[in-house]
Ligand binder design. Sequence first.
Ligand code: NAP
Length: 233
Amino acid sequence: MRVCVIGASGKLGKYIVRHCLDRGYDVVAVCRERSTAKLDDFKGRIRIVPGATNDREVIKEAVKGCEGVLTVLVPWGVQQYSTGTAQAVLDFAEPGARLVFSCGWHITRDGKDVYSRKLKMFVKVFGFVARLFRFADLDDQVEACRRIFESDTRWTVVRGSDLEEGESQGLPVWSRHVGDPILASNLTRRIDFALFMVEALTNDELIREAPAIVGRKSPSAIAYASEDRREQA
Ligand SMILES: NC(=O)c1ccc[n+]([C@@H]2O[C@H](COP(=O)([O-])OP(=O)(O)OC[C@H]3O[C@@H](n4cnc5c(N)ncnc54)[C@H](OP(=O)(O)O)[C@@H]3O)[C@@H](O)[C@H]2O)c1
């Protein structure tokens, strides 16, 4: 399978590339020109299309012939970077391609997520400071995801909890709504966030879903699993 990884040079993107190569996929990577050196570890094993990820010509060229497109949506900058990136992917990906996007828990699909006071405060303060100093725009990620949710493509929006580094704990568990008890621990290894995105490419149950994920060895995931076993006994 040929896949395109958009935003490949970031921390999440590099893990995604590695998981794809482990599966024997052909990888086309898109990242800003100045960041191509961050992909040196993969030299000779991937094709890089350098450029801004909201540059429509760059995306058009990169997604050609790809059955899967994995996109890291980031709120950085105030030029509608995420929205431009998502729209270009929706417009130019091959018909029927699996499209998987990353974002955070703050994105809601149906408004039924229940957020902690801490998360609400973070979004409010970060959003305000980011807009004030013009280094990021959380509303841009919101608009990008709104367009994806409305699209009739074969998309999945993976909503990440707080992240940490470390060895893989396996495929994260997920739920449709933030606030569900299984997600209470709010922590996932970044390597496993990437794993979930790559697995989503071949999991049709996740088409047009916006799973909120948490580490499978996090206390809330373990508590939920044992409760489930007790109920089945
Ligand atoms: N960090 C968290 O705790 C957290 C929590 C939940 C969800 N998420 C989600 O996880 C994904 C990855 O987040 P991450 O924090 O781990 O970041 P990351 O993977 O390190 O990615 C950062 C990306 O942003 C790009 N970037 C940085 N500054 C930019 C700018 N000014 N203009 C355009 N692009 C810029 C980087 O490109 P270069 O390599 O070219 O610099 C890189 O591709 C995102 O979708 C995020 O919403 C993160």
